[in-house]
Design a protein around this ligand. Sequence first.
Ligand SMILES: *Cc1c(COP(=O)(O)O)cnc(C)c1O
Length: 428
Amino acid sequence: MNLEIFNQSKEYMPGGVNSPVRSFNGMGITPKVIKKGHGVIIEDEDGKEYIDFVLAWGPMILGHCDEDVVKAICECAKDALAFGAPTKGELDLAKFLCEEMPNVDMIRMVNSGTEATMSAIKLARGWTKRDKIVKFAGCYHGHFDGFLIEAGSGVLTDGIAGSLGVPKDIVKNTIIARYNDEENIKEIFNKYGNEIACVIIEPVAGNMGVMKSKESFMKTLREECDKNGSLLIFDEVMSGFRASYQGASALFKEKPDLITYAKVIGGGLPCGAYGGRREIMEMLAPLGGVYQAGTMSGNPVVVSAGLATLNKLKENKEKYYNHIEEVGKILVDGVKEISKKYGINVAFNRVGGMMTIFFSDDEVVDSYEKVKKCDGERFKRYFLHMIEKGFNIPPSQFEALFLSVYHNKEHIEKFLKAYEEFCIKESN
Ligand SMILES: *Cc1c(COP(=O)(O)O)cnc(C)c1O
């Protein structure tokens, strides 16, 4: 069934998919067509089950079809699908994010992570009256034109240097910097300082594999932005509620001016948001001159799923996040130990519930340059082995594995057992 459905899909949808990374491009197999999921187990159209470490690329931190989230969606849908008018639910979600997340005074809901980042950039440009933006090679901020230059995620995997269809006039306003390289960012500010509207960064990157910004690097970013009147934007679309309950923002002393969210905050439905300093947010229409709108923004059903998810995370904060730390540590320690035993060189980066095993000769992978040196062929063999053994993992070295609150020690032990079988094959 998988194959029949996918082959038909290719007739009607480019590549058979609605988002490129789903196609397993370069991995030599066709993707699994997924029928259902509960907790951390998903099932494909052939009836084969997988322990899921992709979790819809991050959002499903409460596992698939969490009872409370589904209930909230069903309850809401009886009375409210869409009005294009203010609702109490969107107030509750906005209040939640402003009260629980650091550095968010006001928030605007949108429908995806891409929309959140591109809107935050527009706001930063409006605020500073400048055009240039700085992004880091390997970071992914969605498919907006100005970001598709040295982007991570699917753009990296497919080896596309950017994308066709991006006007030269837009490219010239995006400056590409090197992640975790202080000298490089200083040079850029020396040269372009008074033209830079903002620097956008994944403070804990997930789209070139998981990698945390160094403290000194973040300090330099904040200083350079302040010196030059540029804004600092944290893209927490992936790291929000994942790197920690309060996201990556809680892991750094430096405060961003704007933050973007999506993924977890939508509880599995399409969602995004951007927020930050009040005086900047008040520049948005209808209060100010930066126009951004959306028919479905703050949609009642989406908001109900998001709220149910976030409330549950808040109520069980200690329990959930300690649990993720605990199983995460077992996974990391296990993979390192097994790899060593069979002479497989790996570096393992984990921040909270997001992590990447790098098949790397470098013990520490803390730059995009090092990620690019990883053994892609070995990764491919690992991916094919794991999926065959019933583990849904991302089909790329440049993506993150995700944990949900329902991954238990048994799931991790199974993963480690399969991983050991892979290492045995590799060492022969
Ligand atoms: C997924 C992601 C995006 C894009 O979000 P979409 O909802 O896919 O548009 C942007 N930034 C980061 C850091 C992401 O991980």
